[in-house]
Design a protein around this ligand. Structure first.
Ligand code: CTP
Ligand code: CA
Length: 228
């Protein structure tokens, strides 16, 4: 129903969005990743573009079509996504970090396919921390965009979400209770709870398509409130 009429009222606003998982190489044929489908980030990008915003979608490896009128930048690892995000951040008004960034990557990428060693029944993979992309963007001291994060939690949702909001210096965080069956990761529907320093708002269960539209409206309201 909300698709019925959408004014192109965001034509002077530039929005960068990260979406999907990252892939962290182990060797030439193997990697670490997660179950993110990218659907939520793509739905937000589509909703923003439909309202006339200039949208840059920084995407991890996903199986989704690029929404109309969206500029897509493909990335693989968290380090690549970090670079693309920092390149985009300072010339966008709003940055939305929807990607499920791998927290760690293998300390070394083997140049050749790793082989089993005879007689060894286990192997140890050493991981190192990836850069925190949304915290880097929110930490910019010049040309910092209005910065929105996500938080996927299985317990104490408000406490963890508010912790990330303040620790990462975000303007808004969208919390996702992933303990509820069928919500969030790899699903077509979702429920979110938005938190910002002075308030909060629940966005009840809806399709990711519908939630994308609601989310853009809420983010634009908060962005405008912070302009003056
Ligand atoms: N995020 C990011 N870069 C990372 C890790 C997370 O930009 N290296 C962003 C995500 O895109 C999301 C927010 O940070 O917007 C929160 O991600 P989440 O995984 O929920 O939080 P973490 O800070 O990684 O904490 P943890 O996984 O330990 O709960
Ligand atoms: Ca994480």
């Amino acid at each position: 129903a909300e698709d019925f009429f959408q004014p192109a009222d965001l034509s002077n606003i530039k929005i960068a969005i990260t979406a999907g998982p990252t892939r962290e190489s182990i060797d030439p044929v193997r990697y670490l990743t997660n179950h993110s489908s990218g659907k939520m980030g793509y739905a937000i990008a589509e909703a923003a573009a439909k309202r006339g915003a200039h949208v840059t979608l920084i995407s991890g490896p996903v199986n989704l079509a690029t929404p109309a009128n969206v500029e897509r930048v493909d990335t693989d690892s968290a380090e690549q996504m970090h670079q693309a995000a920092m390149d985009a951040a300072t010339n966008h008004d709003i940055f939305i970090s929807c990607a499920a960034v791998a927290d760690f990557r293998p300390a070394e990428i083997a140049t050749q396919k790793m082989k089993k060693k005879s007689g060894e029944d286990e192997m140890v993979l050493r991981l190192v921390k990836n850069p925190d992309i949304v915290a880097s963007v929110a930490g910019l001291t010049e040309q910092r965009p209005f910065t929105v994060g996500f938080a996927a939690e299985t317990q104490d949702v408000e406490q963890y979400a508010r912790g990330k909001l303040s620790r990462k210096n975000l303007d808004l965080i969208c919390a996702n209770d992933v303990s509820q069956q069928g919500l969030g990761f790899n699903s077509d529907s979702n429920a979110l709870h938005l938190y910002w320093p002075e308030g909060d708002k629940a966005l009840p269960l809806a399709s990711k398509h519908e939630l994308g539209q609601q989310l853009i409206s809420e983010i634009i309201d908060q962005f405008k409130a912070k302009q003056h």
